[in-house]
Ligand binder design. Structure first.
Ligand code: NAI
Ligand code: MG
Length: 492
């Protein structure tokens, strides 16, 4: 495993549109700036894709998917080897890629480095799946022999956000490549550099031209052109609920392309009075990781009334001791918000929380005067009907609620339009199991939080999304099932 070598000034080698394993300027000639959110300075100008470039990229992906194309003819095991090679290249280049991610995203280098390693593991998981994707034989009625084949959907449009750029590339590319699809990836406008870097690694790993194409650009026009495209078979999206809904609408209007969505949450973490409180505090602190810009952040912390006051003071102590800092400050727990817009949105929510009567325990302001940093902020006495209890803040803001009974907290935890993640801290197996069964969320963590690996399916109930990513389950979202029904000569 490579050693961590942070580089605050990495050379940016890839800043153009990636189509057919080549680098292109945009058809329009336009470029857009990528900004370092920790110092608000421009890192580099990147070619800006719009509809014309998306059309070219989709045509390249379609050509790579055609019958007889190298990618279609390749043995499944060879495809697996190629994905494994990509994983190796991610590990070999982890320091450089992590440095680039920290520069464009603002998160601490150590977090970025770990993210690259986790992404490599996700690719390895899917590399192992490739030649284990089985159809079935079915004892169907009649004189027939019936089998099913699972076939790749075709051209996948992947639209990803800026909060975990490298992770998102792995979550989308892993299953898409494993099933034999081809891809047009639109990274978030804030963080295109990591996706472009990984594009170059796919070329190095030997993927045929057109299998992966990357179109940096804005949601509208680049993302929407991909969602509209009649020759795209599926869109895999991670981001806001509003854009997710738009993508479904566009799919319905255009060609009924398959849609999977991962749209964030308002995830409840419930602490019972028999829990290991130190452990619970450590995990609740993960609400601040990535400056709180995490779809699965524990943003509603329900604490049993007998331990409420004690737990609040433990949380406040821990939160106020966290170091906020730039991406290359070695002991920073989290860095800046991604941009000016999200920064203002977070500060607005803090004002709304105060106005609606939640008790501000610590933080509440900007940290420093340059870069989009927000102090670790904790609200206690939060009521379920407050805005900060209902809406996704996407910032380093914790909200603490008080509860008495299991039945009560199940009802309140489920009283949300979201359903991505949840967690319970208790030593009682009965409570843990009862909660796990009753909660309406795609993931339940017991006495922990944020355990997410290649093997474990992840996704949302309700408006947190549609479909699952990671795990074997994700593969089905990239395949069609074909039934082959053969007449037999007689009923012997
Ligand atoms: P967004 O949903 O606008 O952006 C996510 C991706 O969608 C980006 O690549 C963007 O370019 C693209 N996009 C935007 N508009 C599009 C359109 N009309 N058609 C196709 N693609 C489009 O999210 P944004 O504005 O960056 O953040 C707003 C809020 O969304 C955050 O405060 C947070 O609450 C939530 N969010 C949730 C994420 C998650 O992990 N589930 C990630 C990012 C944001
Ligand atoms: Mg947006």
């Amino acid at each position: 495993m490579a050693n961590m070598k942070p580089n605050p000034n990495p050379t940016i080698k890839y800043s153009k549109i990636f189509i057919n394993n080549e680098w292109h300027s945009s058809v329009s000639g336009k470029e857009f700036p990528v900004i370092n959110p920790s110092n608000e300075k421009v890192i580099i100008q990147v070619a800006e894709a719009d509809k014309a470039d998306v059309d070219i990229a989709v045509a390249a992906a379609r050509a790579a998917f055609k019958r007889g194309a190298a990618w279609r003819k390749m043995d499944a095991s060879a495809r697996g080897e190629m994905i494994r090679k990509l994983a190796d290249l991610l590990d070999e280049n982890a320091s450089e890629l992590a440095s680039i991610q920290s520069l464009e995203n603002g998160k601490p280098f150590a977090n970025s480095f770990e993210e690259v390693q986790r992404s490599a593991k996700v690719f390895r998981y899917y590399a192992g799946c490739v030649d284990k994707i089985h159809g079935s034989t079915i004892p169907a009625d009649g004189d027939v022999f019936v089998m099913t084949r699972k076939e790749p959907l075709g051209v996948v449009g992947a639209i990803i956000p800026w909060n975990y750029p490298v992770t998102m590339v792995g979550m989308k590319l892993g299953p898409a490549l494993a099933t034999g699809c081809t891809i047009v990836l639109k990274p978030a406008e804030q963080t295109p550099l990591t996706a472009l870097y990984i594009a170059n690694l796919t070329k190095e790993a030997g993927f045929p031209k057109g299998v992966l194409n990357v179109v940096p650009g804005y949601g509208d026009p680049a993302g929407s052109a991909l969602a509209e495209h009649l020759d795209v078979n599926k869109v895999a999206f991670t981001g806001s609920v509003g854009v997710g809904k738009k993508i479904m609408e566009i799919s319905a209007r255009s060609n009924l392309k398959r849609v999977t969505l991962e749209l964030g949450g308002k995830s409840p973490l419930v602490v019972f009075d028999d829990a290991d409180l130190e452990l619970a505090v450590t995990y609740t602190t993960l609400a601040f990781l990535n400056a709180g810009q995490i779809c699965l952040a524990p943003t509603r912390i329900f604490v049993q009334s007998s331990i409420y006051d004690k737990f609040v003071s433990m949380v406040v102590n821990r939160a106020s001791s966290l170091k906020v800092g730039g991406p290359f400050e070695p002991d920073a727990f989290y860095g800046s918000q991604i941009d000016d817009r999200i920064f203002k949105k977070v500060l607005d929510y803090i004002e709304i929380g105060k106005r609606e009567g939640a008790k501000l325990e610590t933080g509440g302001n900007r940290h420093g005067s340059v870069g989009f940093f927000v102090q670790p902020t904790v609200f206690s006495n939060v009521r379920d009907d407050m805005t900060i209890a209902k809406e996704e803040i996407f910032g380093p803001v914790q909200s603490l609620f008080k509860f008495d009974t299991l039945e009560e907290v199940i009802k309140r935890a489920n009283n949300t339009s979201y359903g991505l993640a949840s967690g319970v801290f208790t030593k009682s197996l009965d409570i843990a199991l009862e909660f796990s069964k009753a909660i309406e969320a795609g993931t339940v963590w017991v006495n922990q939080w944020f355990k997410l690996t290649g093997q474990t399916p992840f996704g949302g109930y309700k408006q947190s999304g549609i479909g699952r990513e990671l795990g074997i389950e994700a593969l089905d979202n990239y395949m069609e099932v074909k039934t082959i029904n053969i007449k037999l000569p007689s009923n012997h």
